[in-house]
Design a protein around this ligand. Structure first.
Ligand code: G6P
Length: 367
């Protein structure tokens, strides 16, 4: 087993480090000569052009990818998107309109609720695009269109590299839909694809800063509660960061849309509580900072996560983490890395079974 870990202490740390490669391979599979080509998935430009609404359905981290997808697709391609947990979707008689597409996101391709959601969509005659990592899995076989991610086998129960490749799939879908619907210029299309190509190297840069996160994580390993706050895409990042923390470190953690704090959650903030403020989106930066100030004035210890250049976050945050600048839509791919590392190092500091956390399974094939 130690050989399979390639010199890393745990599969999770190995898989975190495989993200630049996994992301590069997934981009490389669908970007040719500076253009996105989804023809291999079966979802041709003609079919994509007809889509008027998208429903993204998934479980766990894949659902969080869907939350990012909603922001990116709506903003870039101007197509309304609904995101559902598969276990909700399948039991709620969803109203699926004509000319829509159901997107099922799943690493394993075997999650029971996601598979049931796929079958429901097909019964209703809505085409299904599967975004799947495991070749030949049930969801891959039953989908009308299949976009494979190229994360490679993922062993750690807590997903990292599969999540990162699913994000790429969402960006590809959003950019190509924007192009075929003629809502972005040729220049913008080319610039987005060029920026996409820089993500592997920027993820690597983020990984190179891991010692700082390790230091911070060991300091906070005894925390009882952690709150992650952000707006828009930063809220979606917060959801995944919070899941990583709770699933492997067993620390109670919650993600909140920063603007919602004042409607209840702020009453939980007291001296020394750790709050992670995610603020990668320029348009929402000041708004999120003001929420960070609110929790700080109630005694929270504040970690701020933003992009290089936003150094004034240090006026508010006690500890700041920076990731490289990128297109705002792609920020998740970079900001998630320190949060994965934080969950990982807290779990290690607590001496827990990082790769196999209690009560969890890699793939949930029963209801
Ligand atoms: C399990 C895993 C999660 C994963 C979820 C959905 O709960 O522990 O990491 O996000 O299932 O799995 P899928 O294979 O459908 O992506």
């Amino acid at each position: 087993e130690s050989a399979e870990k390639g010199g890393y202490e745990h599969f999770m740390l190995k898989e975190i480090h495989e993200q630049p490669r996994a992301v590069r391979d997934t981009i490389g599979a669908y970007v040719k000569d500076g253009k996105i080509d989804l023809s291999e998935t079966g979802l041709t430009d003609e079919k994509l052009q007809e889509i008027e609404r998208i429903y993204i359905v998934a479980c766990g981290s894949a659902y969080h990818v869907g939350m990012v997808g909603k922001y990116v697709i709506e903003e870039l391609a101007d197509i309304p998107v609904e995101v559902d947990l598969a276990s909700e979707f399948r039991y709620r008689n969803p109203k699926l309109v004509k000319n829509s597409l159901v997107v099922i996101v799943s690493q394993s391709g075997e999650t029971a609720d996601s598979l049931a959601a796929l079958r429901l969509a097909k019964e209703r005659k809505i085409p299904v695009l599967g975004i799947v990592n495991v070749v030949g899995s049930s969801i891959a076989r039953e989908s009308d269109y299949i976009l494979y991610t190229y994360a490679g086998p993922e062993i750690s129960v807590a997903t990292t590299k599969a999540y990162s490749t699913q994000l790429i799939a969402m960006y590809l879908l959003a950019i190509q839909a924007a192009k075929v619907k003629d809502v972005i210029s040729e220049e913008r299309y080319a610039a987005l694809i060029e920026e996409l190509g820089t993500l592997p190297e920027k993820i690597q840069k983020t990984l190179d800063d891991k010692e700082r996160i390790q230091w911070f994580a060991s300091k906070y390993a005894n925390a009882k509660d952690v709150f992650f706050i952000g707006r828009g895409i930063d809220y979606a990042i917060s959801m995944e960061g919070s899941l990583k923390m709770k699933e492997i470190s067993y620390i109670h953690s919650e993600a909140y849309a920063a603007g919602e704090l004042k409607h209840g959650t702020i009453s939980l903030i007291e001296d020394g509580i750790l709050v992670v403020g995610v603020a990668t989106q320029a348009a929402l930066f000041e708004k999120t900072i003001s929420n960070m100030v609110e929790v700080k004035s109630r005694g929270a210890y504040l970690m701020g996560l933003t992009t290089y250049g936003n150094y004034n976050i240090e006026d508010t945050a006690d500890f700041a983490v920076y990731v490289p600048q990128t297109e705002s839509f792609f920020a998740t791919s970079l900001a998630i890395v320190p949060l994965q590392l934080m969950g990982y190092y807290v779990s290690v500091a607590k001496g827990l079974d990082v790769d196999k956390p209690r009560n969890l399974a890699k793939s949930v094939t029963v209801e």
